[in-house]
Design a binder for this molecule. Sequence first.
Ligand SMILES: [Mg+2]
Length: 225
Amino acid sequence: MRDTVTQGGLTAWLRAFAAAVARDREELTDLDAAIGDADHGSNMDRGMQAVVGKLGGLSPDEAGVGVGALLKTVGMTLVSTVGGAAGPLYGSLFLDMGKAAGEDAELTVAQWATAVEAGVRGVQARGKAELGDKTMIDALAPAAEALSAAAACGLSLADALRRTAEAAAQGMKATTPLVARKGRASYLGERSAGHQDPGATSSWLLMQAAAEALASDAPPDRPRT
Ligand SMILES: [Mg+2]
């Protein structure tokens, strides 16, 4: 296990997230069918398959870039391949994480926490959602807060990522009784209560995948020649 976030760790994380989305694609779609337009599973799966394809197709120059550039590539890929609101929102998450991460080859836990905080602020700026609106922010904001607290306590990367995923899970579960105030689900008013939010669910999957894979010391994908 590594105590820094590297390109190899990022690649392992993104692959784990793509696998989780593919595995839970029907569940995400069912959640979205209850309070939205039943496309969240297929949208996220399409986007993450495109990201995995990008990871395998990086040129030697691109494969040598820093953590920030890789995150920005992920963000741009999601913006251009994921439909609905999720594309711009997940795109903002990764683009703003990438900007904050800069061009270092690896990030400390504290630097990673700063990048995640910036990404979550980017999602909030894009979607104008607050905590409790029954959106992905309900998983992401507590996750970012837990990560920053873990970094401030000097926890290892693996422990910090575990706490982050736990906070995301709690936030996701807390969306069930809420009445949606943003996004398509808000058109349902009171009828949106009693359903877990699909965006918060995919955001939990993202943080859970980080806990599983981001601290791994997998080498980055071999560039194609
Ligand atoms: Mg939808």
